[in-house]
Design a protein around this ligand. Sequence first.
Ligand SMILES: Cc1ncc(COP(=O)(O)O)c(C=O)c1O
Length: 411
Amino acid sequence: MVKRNPTQFLVDEYKKIQAEGREWVHRKLETPSVPEVVVDGKKLLMLCSNNYLNLSNHPHLKKRALEAVEQLGVGSGSVRAIAGNMAIHEEWEQKHAEFKEQEAAVVFMSGFIANEGAIPPLVRKDDFIISDELNHGSIIDGVRLTKTQKLIYKHCDMGELEKRLQEVDKADPNGEKRILVITDGVFSMDGDMAPLDEIQKLCEEYGAMIYVDDAHGDGVLGKDKKGKGIVDHFGLQGKVHVELNTYSKAMGVIGGAITGSKDLAMYLKNTARSYLLSGSHPPSVAGAAIGALEVLNPKSKHFEPVVAKLLDNCGYFKKEIVNIGFNHEITAAAAKCPTAIVPVICGENDVARKMSDRLMEEGIFALPIVFPMVPRGTARIRVMMNAGLSKEQLDMALGKFENIGRELKIF
Ligand SMILES: Cc1ncc(COP(=O)(O)O)c(C=O)c1O
């Protein structure tokens, strides 16, 4: 019998990852996630957290979390469908649906888990999913769990989406199959937005379900600086069948939600495996999440204009970063979107890596995103804006970007 080492591959593969420069070196955050942090012992300005509204260390959310621990303990004891359906989970879902101006919501452990759980029950074997080529990995994994036919359209290309819909229509002339069109609302690498109004029109025309992942639009986009998300931005309440939301980004906590009709919620509560087979959130998470919704609710006594502050910061930083000279078309396009993601294009991988290292030396925490995560030649520093950053902090950061950008001959 051959002598096998069953775990040798772990050593070999990890070495390969390191040798190819693909390792995710984990930095250690020694403070709460706030604008000024200590990372690996160094004081830095945080520019790469998804904590857009600066709520993760907010006193009201912490108070709500602590009250929930005091009253309800630290764990729920079960999955929702058996014995872990606490009143506080239902309150969270109800308040979330109200915030989104939809009928109902189902809360999952995280946005990733919600995509993995919600997509498979929506389609059967041989139905159709049509997906934007740049959709998030959790959508891709959710789609992979289905046995349906998968079609891709070029990023935000409505002509291509229509072609895919026509192909599907031709293949199913009696309209017996389900069609599910899935898109990110805000794309996490470029900070651009899906043309959800056009997608919705096409879906209506072809009788397709529409599913939008609003992970980066929650708490950011929407009318009157209310942060209700991309559906509200386009005024499409009631017309988008499935919306995915997350509490791990702007809301500052953790948790995913699928939002839509009561029918959708009840169906998923009985079919989504990652909902049915995974324990429910600790009460503290639900409490903090409800706290976040209160901070965003203009009718609540806990309301604070954090969305307006975030949008001011986004507008200022995006305009100035382009003015400085980071005027690649991707950066310039993102500057026109009211999103909190700023792709500061540097060029080749080594330039973006060097930029990040130099920023870190100069007191800025902003990480590079490199090929193959983004197309070759568009390696970037992905800045995530934050409502808690002051004008002085933004100006300090912009000054460092300018100096280091010149030093590295980016412009
Ligand atoms: C577009 C998108 N969808 C879903 C997720 C997953 O969200 P969560 O952090 O809640 O698992 C992310 C997180 O990076 C995301 O960017």
